[in-house]
Design a protein around this ligand. Structure first.
Ligand SMILES: Cc1cc2nc3c(=O)[nH]c(=O)nc-3n(C[C@H](O)[C@H](O)[C@H](O)COP(=O)(O)O)c2cc1C
Length: 330
């Protein structure tokens, strides 16, 4: 390479680095402005997201094989605080699927505890004023499933198959057959990826100790870590991308790949629950230390807790919004 070309390349690279810095700075500004922890963010969407998350913590608690006795009182009270805040901000409960869902879940939570001889009085008292909004025709909280019935849905039409997958936090003790994982990953590889670069990988560790160590560091598996047979680690290769505009592509490809993978696992009889990677640097280093063979250029996008379905199990409903709230036709 002659000196002119060399200088041109250096200039291009310096400009690209500056653009990347600017893009990340702009990401910082935007996220800092809009994340719901920002006390100034009181939009209906932000308050609903906070309510959805807290609601899910409670329904998830009920969906475990062995929930902690009297669990969730503090969480339910916080959820009621969030609902109070929603009302104080002038939003209407009747227009909000997430708030109606929250109330349905609190009711299911109270019934769950009552069946076990526990009455969380503080929650009951504060819940009372919202009970008029309850929608009786909807199902909230948890649903019991029989594996044989579910399998009929799996091998039925596409919508039935698709609707029969749920994040599951209870697993059978059966050891995972690597052939089932191979079949599922092969299907998941049909997921679209940016310019077909196929940046994702799924790491499956047969070694029980590695899974145990992963389980200790992963957040979001509280209360069911002990039942997880294996964790699949989904990574995406940063070196597959080339420009500031592609800076988030690892997450996009990783997300699409994961969706295909959990559906494929479900098809082959494997229950799963996606677990987010908190993305803190120290924790990531710890993950890489546990998963010794993941190269530095690969980003850990998330984890998937897996195990075969139990004959009978429960899952959290995770009620969805209305299609009109998601599909915006103009
Ligand atoms: C990116 C991502 C991260 C998630 N993290 C967790 C988690 O840390 N712990 C957990 O129990 N579930 C987790 N989930 C599962 C969601 O709670 C679940 O997908 C949602 O409630 C919808 O329910 P469904 O999957 O049963 O339809 C995660 C899902 C996604 C897509």
């Amino acid at each position: 390479m002659n000196i002119i070309d060399f200088l041109k390349e250096q200039k291009k690279w310096t400009v690209s680095k500056y653009k990347l810095w600017k893009a990340y700075h702009s990401d910082y500004e935007e996220y800092n402005h809009w994340q719901y922890h920002n006390p100034n963010v009181k939009t209906q969407n932000a308050l609903e997201a906070k309510i959805l998350r807290q609601t899910h913590v409670i329904e998830k608690g009920m969906s475990l094989s062995h929930p902690r006795e009297k669990f969730g009182v503090q969480k339910a009270l916080e959820l009621l605080d969030f609902i109070d805040e929603f009302v104080e901000c002038g939003y209407d409960i009747k227009d909000s699927v997430p708030v109606l869902n929250a109330l349905g879940v609190i009711k299911a939570y109270l019934a769950y505890h009552e069946e076990r001889g526990f009455k969380p009085e503080d929650v009951l008292v504060r819940f009372e004023k919202y009970s008029e909004y309850l929608l009786t025709e909807e199902k909230y909280g948890i649903i019991e499933v029989n594996k044989a019935d579910m399998e009929k849905e799996v091998h039925s039409s596409f919508p039935e198959f698709f609707m029969s997958r749920h994040s599951v936090r209870q697993f059978s003790e059966r050891t995972i057959d690597i052939e089932d994982i191979k079949k599922a990953v092969k299907l998941a590889m049909k997921a679209p990826s940016a310019c077909n670069r196929q940046s994702c990988k799924a790491y499956f560790y047969q070694d029980k100790d590695v899974n145990k160590e992963l389980g200790k560091v992963i957040a979001g598996n509280t209360g069911f870590d002990g039942e997880v047979q294996n964790y699949i680690v989904v990574t995406s290769d940063m070196s597959a991308f080339y420009d500031p505009f592609e800076r988030n592509q690892v997450y996009v490809d990783g997300g699409i790949f994961t969706m295909a993978l959990v559906e494929a696992l479900h098809y082959y009889g494997i229950a799963s629950c996606v677990l987010q990677n908190g993305e803190y640097k120290e924790r990531n280093l710890k993950f890489k230390e546990i998963c010794k063979n993941i190269p530095e250029n690969e980003k850990i996008i998330l984890f998937i807790a897996i195990g075969y379905y139990k004959d009978d199990f429960t899952y959290a409903v995770s009620h969805r919004k209305n299609v009109e709230d998601v599909l915006i036709v103009r």
